[in-house]
Design a protein around this ligand. Structure first.
Ligand code: NAP
Length: 266
C-alpha cells in the first residue's frame, strides 16, 4: 500500500510524514473556530489513529490548551509511542472556557512534566511555545525559550520551537529556536518569508491552517480544495509537515491521498 511521503525536518535529526495529525478537536469543542461538533468517542479515535498509522502519518500535534487532547493521545499511543513523532506545546492553558498564558520558567517546567505524564513518555520530540497574538513578548520577553533549552539539555525534549502569530515573531523564532509553526495556505501567504528563513537556516517548518480551517468547498465552482491546499503546501520545499486537524477518517484518507499523489513540479 502507498504511504504518505516523509521529509527531513530541516537539519534536525527528525524525519516525519508531510501530513501531520492535528488534535485540537480530539479534546476541545469550546471557543474553537470550527462548525459545532461533539468530541469523538474513544472508539472513533482508535480508528483514526490506526488509520493514520496505516497511511504512514507519524506526526502528531497536541497541546495542553486542547482540553483533554493530551490525555487521549497518550492513552492511544501506549505500546506504539516510538513509531510516532510527538509534538506538544507550552504556554497556553484553556481553563473554564478561557485561555491563559504562562511563560515563566517554573510554568514551562511544570507544563512539560505534566505533558510527559499525560502522554506516557519520557521525552517529547518537539515542543512549541503556544503563543498569544503578541508572540514577541513570549519569544524575547520571557524565559520560556531558555527554559526549553535547559529541558532539552536534560533530555526531556529533543527539539523546541515556536507556534508563531506574527511575521516578526516567526522570524525571531527561526533565529532563536529549532522549529517554527506558521499559519499558511494558498490564500494566506503573508508569513511565507518565515518559511524561507527556516529553510535557509535548516530549521523545521510546520504549517497550521493549511486546509483553510476546513472551509474547503469552493461555492462558485463546487470544487473540493483539499488537493489544491495540500499540493500548494508541499510545493514549498521548506515545509517539513502540514499539520491537518481532523476527527473524520474519510477526511484523513483524503488528505493522505492528496499528499501521495503530489509530485514535485506539478
Ligand atoms: N497556535 C497553534 O499552535 C495552533 C493554532 C491552530 C492550529 N494548530 C494545530 O494545527 C492543526 C490544524 O490547524 P487548524 O485546525 O487551524 O487548520 P486546518 O487543518 O486547516 O483545518 C482543520 C479543519 O479542517 C477540517 N478538515 C480536515 N480535512 C478535511 C477534509 N479532507 N475535508 C473537509 N474538511 C477537512 C477539519 O474537520 P473534520 O474534523 O471534520 O475533518 C477541521 O475542522 C490543529 O489541529 C492544531 O494541531 C496550532
Amino acid at each position: 500500500m502507498n504511504t504518505v511521503p516523509q521529509r527531513q525536518f530541516g537539519k534536525l535529526d527528525l524525519r516525519g510524514s508531510v501530513i501531520g495529525l492535528g488534535t485540537v478537536k480530539w479534546g476541545r469543542n469550546q471557543k474553537v473556530k470550527y462548525a459545532p461538533f461533539e468530541l469523538p468517542s474513544d472508539e472513533a479515535l482508535v480508528q483514526l489513529l490506526d488509520t493514520a498509522e496505516s497511511l504512514g502519518i507519524n506526526v502528531i500535534d497536541t497541546a495542553p490548551a486542547y482540553g483533554i487532547s493530551e490525555e487521549r493521545v497518550g492513552k492511544l499511543l501506549q505500546g506504539r509511542r516510538e513509531r510516532f513523532l510527538l509534538m506538544s506545546k507550552v504556554g497556553e492553558e484553556f481553563v473554564n472556557g478561557e485561555s491563559h498564558y504562562e511563560f515563566s520558567a517554573a510554568g514551562v517546567e511544570r507544563s512539560i512534566t505534566r505533558s510527559l505524564q499525560r502522554l506516557h513518555t519520557d521525552r517529547l520530540d518537539l515542543v512549541m511555545l503556544h503563543c498569544a497574538p503578541d508572540d514577541l513578548s513570549a519569544i524575547t520577553g520571557s524565559p520560556a525559550l531558555e527554559t526549553l533549552a535547559k529541558l532539552k539539555a536534560k533530555g526531556l525534549l529533543r527539539y523546541y520551537g515556536v507556534s508563531s502569530m506574527t511575521l516578526e515573531g516567526g522570524m525571531k523564532a527561526v533565529e532563536l529556536s529549532d522549529a517554527v509553526m506558521v499559519a499558511w495556505n494558498f490564500e494566506y501567504r503573508a508569513q511565507e518569508e518565515v518559511l524561507r528563513a527556516a529553510g535557509r537556516q535548516g530549521k523545521a517548518a510546520l504549517l497550521k491552517r493549511a486546509l483553510l480551517s476546513g472551509n474547503l468547498h469552493q461555492p462558485s465552482t463546487g470544487k473540493n480544495l483539499v488537493e489544491t491546499c495540500v499540493h500548494a503546501a508541499l510545493d514549498l520545499p521548506e515545509v517539513s509537515s502540514l499539520v491537518a486537524g481532523t476527527i473524520n477518517v474519510t477526511h484523513l484518507r483524503e488528505n493522505a491521498a492528496a499528499a501521495m499523489n503530489w509530485s514535485r513540479g506539478g
